[in-house]
Design a protein around this ligand. Sequence first.
Ligand code: ATP
Ligand code: MG
Ligand code: MG
Ligand code: MG
Length: 573
Amino acid sequence: MSTLFLRTLREDPADAEVPSHKLLVRGGYVRRAAPGVYSWLPLGKIVLENVARVVREEMNAMGGQELLLPALLPKEYYEATGRWEEYGDTLFRLQDRKGADYLLGPTHEEVFTLLVKGEYSSYKDFPVILYQIQEKFRDEARPRAGVLRGREFHMKDSYSFDIDDAGLQESYDKHRAAYIRIFDRLGLEYVIVKATSGAMGGSASEEFLAVAPTGEDTFVRSTGSDYAANVEAVATPAPAALPVEGLPEAKVHHTPDTATIRTLVDFLNGLDLGRDFSEADTLKNVLVKTRAPGSGEWELLAIGLPGDREVDFKRLEAALEPAEVALLDEADFAANPFLAKGYIGPRALLDNKVRYLVDPRVVTGTAWVTGADRTDHHVIDLVAGRDFTPDGVIDVAEVRDGDPSPDGQGTLYTARGIEIGHIFQLGRKYTDAFQVDALGPDGKPKRITMGSYGIGVSRVVASVVEQSHDDKGIVWPREIAPADVHVIGTGKGDQIEEALRIAGELEARGLRVLVDDRKGVSPGVKFTDAELLGVPTAVIIGRGLADGVVELRDRATGEREEVALDAIVERAA
Ligand code: ATP
Ligand code: MG
Ligand code: MG
Ligand code: MG
């Protein structure tokens, strides 16, 4: 520490509100360079690399291959997928000296897709999982809390490429398992929550949230089971007015099973709506109205379609021949109390006001409770008056502490979390855009399907601190600590030489050691710094050295113990 490029601070930085921001700055781990842009100083760089190492080891173990793509990217890639526009102000755009447009990559789906298209062409080449650990750039509206939400930040991003949906599921499951190992090793308390809503594909995207009151995401958890979901995607708990619990078990479904989704996807593809649907599509209910030509009676029709895609209405009309199809207007919404509330509720369905356009084999007699497109919860064979009252329409917008868990086990409560990881079944969005096919065994081209998976490596560093600190400083888990042992020499005699000697012995045993060999710095300052820095184990060589004793301290528990000098290396190792 006598030569280490490190200056600790006694005062919290003025702009810091959350513990990780305060402590990482005060501990000299990071320094702000611009809003949302941070420098990693020597100890910070070690911690950041340690997180990256854990991520890398688990990504490699599950078959991922690491590469490094540029962050400076030509506009054309992102124009092809519409993201040059879609990203809006969040995208950092710039021009080269010739006036050509570039961007700084916020995430790399386009680039990886094109890379794979350029190299691979046969079904035998797949599956493949590629990843990188790299700086990402997003001009966040509210950069916040130091490295927790930066405008430049470190992300592990991986992308899977598979021949078919089963392959994609496998790649997704591998990532999910690897993420669990990674976050377990990092010592984080986290939950895995469903991240998408919509009637279909509830498992197609999940987020890993580190539990922390300072987090920006709200999620619900059950007291009685593992159930957890982002509030954006909560499977609707039944309010008292809709006694779902009383219904026979078979009548309540939370998520359509794979076979059901497959059947629905086939059915939609059969309609020839101008694009192919896949199981990875998130389907939303789109409301239209239909009527037989010439008759005056409009009927409402809810159709499960991906909300992010244009659907060709001419084709839809043709598919529904001889019906006429029209978009709803304001009068329709005003005339229908359910629509006015944003629902296609069970009552509207039972009153035959809304017809659900799906294969009758899938949903005969099924009423979809689509509350504001937020739920994957549906109820079968309801009888109005018996099973629910008109007021008993499920409102998913608000989950209150104590609501029953959708899985029937325990009650829900809300908590806050930090999104540290996100896994996502993309499907064919990007491979459609760039026409990425592999020649199948039958000689026919097959469209590749993709997944994309992120971990906020720099955000993880801050998340660990959010969960692991006290009023004195950081308490690093050993796996990512800047050192295993902090050897502190205090006093005016041989203590510093002895500290260096012990540090050498510990290093010889493979431990990573930070040694405080500063002269003319008081013991109090050294102890304060050690607690702020948060290395798991401290060895203090002080006045006791004359009697052959040194002190061993545990940062997490605060335990202190006098240990004989000749036993300290053994004990600290
Ligand atoms: P958020 O909801 O927090 O804005 P996101 O959903 O936009 O995150 P993704 O596109 O899913 O982020 O990126 C993958 C991961 O990168 C996230 O799960 C998160 O851990 C991390 N990440 C995203 N934005 C930032 C940021 N501005 N600073 C630090 N890490 C970030
Ligand atoms: Mg974001
Ligand atoms: Mg998010
Ligand atoms: Mg995300």
